[in-house]
Write a protein that binds this ligand. Structure first.
Ligand code: MF3
Ligand code: CO
Length: 249
């Protein structure tokens, strides 16, 4: 069942989303060569708790940290560690914030220092794919319209959708219905209705799109060792379109 959020619930998600956006923005500023992903995790948790909110991932299915910090061929769910960021890496930070029992979820990918034109274009395309998906959000459209728009852009640039990883409804729980695929057919799937809140999250590979989970049972990497990137926002369906609850200024 897809639950529609009341104005009161939306207010909580809006508050959570603001702190989440602020957290990602700050982490991006301090993510320089030499800093460890564990240090980024500590900073994220500080910002969230200072706002009297909770890190949404910590403890979720036993996940031990506030952020997922995936470097290069790491795709998602990489537990922060003592690994230092290096010039030329690309970093995906995914995190969640809970305000008064309501979850928000967002992610960004960005380069550490200078990367090649090809890599910049890859990251920019994943971001563009997210916004192509978001543009489809309005009552009257369906989840499949989002999925189709993302797939079309990503594949036209020659990259691969990592099909095993999807977006989702979000709210009282981090993962709710519906599943928001990053591929599929337009005009198919559940209808978008005002009050729905969904996390749209294209997760894209430069290479084949096949993945494997490492022995820590969390870290997911590309099988071919090529780069992966992810952008994610929590989106509210409004009577006229959408509101990005995790908007980064
Ligand atoms: N951001 C992830 C998602 O969108 C959730 C991370 S789950 C955690 O599905 F366990 F790693 F926290
Ligand atoms: Co998500």
């Amino acid at each position: 069942m897809i639950n529609l959020k009341s104005e009161e619930e939306i207010k909580k998600m809006r508050s959570a989303g603001k702190i989440l956006a602020k957290t990602l923005q700050y982490l991006k500023e301090i993510a320089k060569p030499g800093i460890t992903t564990k240090e980024l995790d500590i900073e994220a948790e500080k910002i969230i708790r200072k706002a009297n909110m909770l890190p949404g991932f910590k403890g979720y299915n036993g996940y031990p940290a506030t952020i997922c910090a995936s470097i290069n061929e790491e795709v998602v769910h990489t537990i922060p560690s003592n690994r230092k960021l290096q010039e030329g890496d690309i970093l995906t930070i995914d995190t969640g914030v809970i305000c008064d029992g309501y979850n928000t979820d967002a992610a960004i990918t960005f380069p550490i220092g200078q990367v090649s034109k090809e890599i910049n274009k890859f990251i920019e395309t994943v971001k563009k794919a997210l916004f192509k998906g978001i543009e489809q959000v309005k009552p009257g459209n369906k989840i499949g319209d989002i999925s189709f728009a993302i797939q079309k852009l990503v594949e036209s640039e020659g990259y691969s959708i990592i099909k095993k990883l999807t977006g989702h409804g979000v709210g009282r729980k981090l993962h709710e219905e519906p599943t928001v695929y990053n591929y599929g057919k337009a005009h198919k799937g559940p209808s978008l209705k005002p009050g729905m809140t969904i996390a749209i999250e294209p997760i894209i590979a430069m290479g084949s799109g096949e993945i494997k989970t490492l022995s820590d049972k969390w870290n997911i990497v590309t099988k071919d060792g090529r780069l992966a990137a992810q952008y994610e926002h929590t989106i509210l369906v409004t009577p006229n379109g959408y509101e990005i609850l995790t908007q980064i200024d």
